[in-house]
Design a protein around this ligand. Structure first.
Ligand SMILES: [Zn+2]
Ligand SMILES: [Zn+2]
Ligand SMILES: [Zn+2]
Length: 318
């Protein structure tokens, strides 16, 4: 019987073979095989970290307490299912093993996207799926104390090549934004993404353009064209979504707000920045009437130099 590790290596190799076949019909098979290999490799790392335990004791997705007959309990696997992409990150934490959780979440999303949308998968989107997994796979081989070029052979070289090709394409895309006069440093370093396929291979249509409001974009993975405003808002959402989720949960102000001047959801309000990334508008230090602090949420929409309370009072005076 094949070991978990042999299965992992074989799945990765099959995935890369599917990739090299350069046949649209094998796109789904490529991603399935390859990502199955990543998951198996992650499981192998966990099993090797607890060599005296049985694999199903290490990999079950659920445990239940059972009386041990001496007044205590033992925890036993309570399900035949094993951990998956969603849950493996937490198991690595429990084992004190380093793994990139953001990368894992992204891999899980890429895999699901291609699974549901395989007819639209392009060579480029498959390459991105392989390239994105590369640092995770390299980390897992390190943790397993194995040499990937030895066990994977040619498939490892292909992965390296595709990763560097992808990074070159990504750098080319980023360079098309070099001439933009940014209002916002956060936007300058944010990752633009395709609103349709979520690829990061988004380029500005006219690399000579300097004005962010004219920065129409194109996805070099699926060909989708995006108006500048949509591309900017999507990039900012991607950058601040997680942060805003936790800050709002804690009763704080969101970082990303609708701009009181232009109305676009591009007003950045945090310790570092207080400015609209789309129109450059900046709220004053305080309300022009009461000097109270101005935030994008409580600045008046009719006159953003006033807080909404003062704006309300002044409008009654009219
Ligand atoms: Zn796209
Ligand atoms: Zn604005
Ligand atoms: Zn006021």
């Amino acid at each position: 019987m094949q070991t978990l590790f042999e299965n992992a290596v074989q799945s990765l190799q099959l995935g890369i073979e599917d990739y090299e076949a350069n046949d649209k019909r094998r796109a789904l098979s490529c991603v399935r095989n390859f990502y199955a290999g990543v998951l198996l490799l992650a499981k192998e790392v966990l099993v090797r970290a607890a060599p005296n335990a049985k694999p199903d004791e290490v990999l079950s997705d659920r445990y239940a307490p059972k009386p041990d007959g001496n007044g205590g309990v033992v925890y036993q696997p309570a399900s035949r299912r094993t951990i998956d992409f969603e849950t493996i990150g937490r198991r690595f934490n429990d084992f004190g093993l380093p793994i990139d959780h953001v990368a894992l979440r992204e891999l899980s999303k890429i895999r699901n996207d291609i699974e549901h949308n395989c007819t639209n998968a392009t060579r480029s989107s498959i390459r991105e799926a392989v390239a994105k997994a590369f640092p995770v796979v390299a980390n897992l081989f390190r943790l397993a104390d194995e040499e990937p070029h030895v066990v994977l052979g040619q498939a490892w070289q292909t992965m390296l090549d595709e990763r560097s090709l992808y990074e070159r394409e990504l750098a080319d895309c980023r360079a098309t934004f070099d001439q933009i006069d940014w209002y916002s440093q956060s936007l300058a370093v944010a990752q633009f993404r395709c609103v349709s396929c979520d690829s990061e291979l988004v380029a500005q249509v006219d690399p000579a353009n300097t004005d962010i409001q004219s920065a129409d974009c194109v996805c070099r993975s699926c060909g989708k064209q995006m108006r500048a405003e949509k591309a900017v808002v999507y990039a900012l959402e991607g950058k601040f979504a997680a942060e805003d989720h936790s800050s709002i949960k804690d009763g704080g102000e969101p970082v990303l707000n609708s701009c009181p001047e232009c109305g676009v959801d591009a007003y950045i309000f945090d310790g570092d920045e207080n400015r609209c990334a789309w129109c450059g508008y900046e709220l004053g230090d305080g309300c022009a009437r009461c000097s109270g602090p101005l935030t994008p949420n409580d600045a008046s929409f009719d006159d953003p130099s006033l807080c909404s309370y003062c704006s309300h009072v002044m409008s009654k005076d009219d």
